[in-house]
Design a protein around this ligand. Structure first.
Ligand SMILES: Nc1ncnc2c1ncn2[C@@H]1O[C@H](COP(=O)(O)OP(=O)(O)OP(=O)(O)O)[C@@H](O)[C@H]1O
Ligand SMILES: [Mg+2]
Length: 365
């Protein structure tokens, strides 16, 4: 398997720079997921790695070898896109074997590799069918199979599951997880789906406007986002932001003025933020509760959505929209709630620029 490094990658289309200097080291066998809003450069970066697109400057390095001038074929990468792009007139077996046939491989070798890929992806019973006789998930499995037969050095996936319905997405997600374990392959995967990102990734790279905002293991990013952008990108429903003003802070606590004029004392430091600074208190829905918590915020409920084991309470704290996850099945009637408790161990304070105070503190110290 192959390690990948990107060194100072930039890409402009005409006068517009869409990739603004990306440095990234991906270990051999690592599963890395790119996430970020539409247009931030995920597909462009993947195409640069694949060799389908030339970077304007910077180096793409496979196992210490600079491959800037190598074609996708020479790089030995395989890509799976959102659309399956199977050949309609070929059977599944012919589709699977086609890349090898193109490479003029020996027919026996082709047959053996097609069989091996079909076994891995459970395509055996479908080998004689044409693509129009397959379901969406089966088609996508054939598209993946076609990459496996080539034994690529790196697998690149660009939103491969976004055309599938919800159940199939889950099935295919598990399939990709198994494939990664089984092949121990280096994989880079672009998705809009944060569940896919959280579950598949060894490391997530959050991109914004052509630059890396933060990268790290999924739970690290979830628990320690460097800024409000990353905090709101991971987690569904999204993290809540309360507009607050810093009244006072010491090494272990801070006093915050809430939008409704009340104030709370939170058991964490506001770091280097100054008194009077307008800040945001970030609290994820699961860290709000009907009772308990380290301090309370006012809450006015508007909608109660019941999903079975959990509910979501939508409402307001002052002018700020709030969603809270509610697990106390059948306990308190949420309509009577006027406050929510905050689990401060997982709360985040962001400064006027949206930077996490914890992160800012680390950078200063
Ligand atoms: N061939 C091209 N010519 C000019 N501009 C392009 C070209 N390809 C992409 N872009 C621009 O580059 C930016 C990044 O595009 P890219 O396709 O990489 O985004 P993305 O993150 O994959 O978005 P999405 O999530 O919508 O797929 C966009 O602003 C896009 O319009
Ligand atoms: Mg894209």
């Amino acid at each position: 398997m192959t390690a990948l490094s990107l060194r100072g990658i930039r890409k402009s289309f005409g006068a517009v720079e869409v990739i603004k200097g990306i440095d990234l080291d991906i270990d051999s066998g690592e599963f890395v997921v790119f996430v970020g809003p539409s247009g931030c450069g995920k597909s462009t970066l993947l195409r640069i790695i694949s060799g389908l697109e030339q970077a304007t400057s910077g180096d793409t390095v496979f196992d210490e070898e600079v491959v800037n001038d190598h074609t996708p074929f020479e790089r030995g990468v395989a890509m799976v896109f959102q659309s399956y792009a199977l050949y309609p007139h070929m059977t599944v077996a012919e589709n699977l074997g086609f890349p090898l046939k193109l490479a003029k491989a020996d027919p026996q070798e082709i047959a053996a590799k097609v069989k091996a890929a079909a076994d891995i992806l459970q395509l055996g019973p479908l080998l004689d069918r044409k693509p129009d006789q397959l379901s969406g998930g089966q088609k996508q499995r054939v598209a993946m199979g076609r990459t496996i037969v080539r034994s690529p050095r790196i697998f690149l996936f660009d939103e491969p599951l976004s055309n599938l319905d919800a159940d199939l997405r889950i099935e295919m997600r598990l399939e990709i997880e198994k494939l990664h374990k089984r092949l121990d392959a280096t994989m880079i995967y672009v998705t809009h789906d944060q569940v896919e990102a959280m579950t598949l990734a060894d490391r997530i790279v959050v991109l914004r406007d052509g630059s890396v905002e933060q990268m790290g293991p999924p739970l690290d990013l979830y628990e320690n986002p460097v800024n409000t952008f990353v905090a709101s990108f991971l987690g569904s429903p999204r993290i809540n932001f309360l507009n607050v003003e810093l009244l006072d802070s010491d090494a272990s606590s801070c006093k915050l003025l809430l939008a409704d004029g009340s104030h709370v004392t939170a058991p964490f430091s506001a770091g280097t933020a100054s008194v009077g600074e307008k800040m945001k208190l970030g609290v994820r829905p699961e860290d709000l509760s009907a009772s308990g918590g380290d301090f309370s915020i006012p809450f006015r409920m508007e909608i109660h959505e019941r999903l079975g084991p959990t509910s979501y309470l939508y409402g307001r704290s002052g002018a700020d929209s709030i969603v809270a996850e509610y697990r106390e099945r059948g306990a308190v009637t949420p309509a009577t709630l006027t406050t929510l408790g905050v689990n401060s161990a997982h709360a985040h304070l962001f400064d006027a620029n949206g930077l996490s105070v914890r992160n800012r503190q680390e950078r200063v110290s």
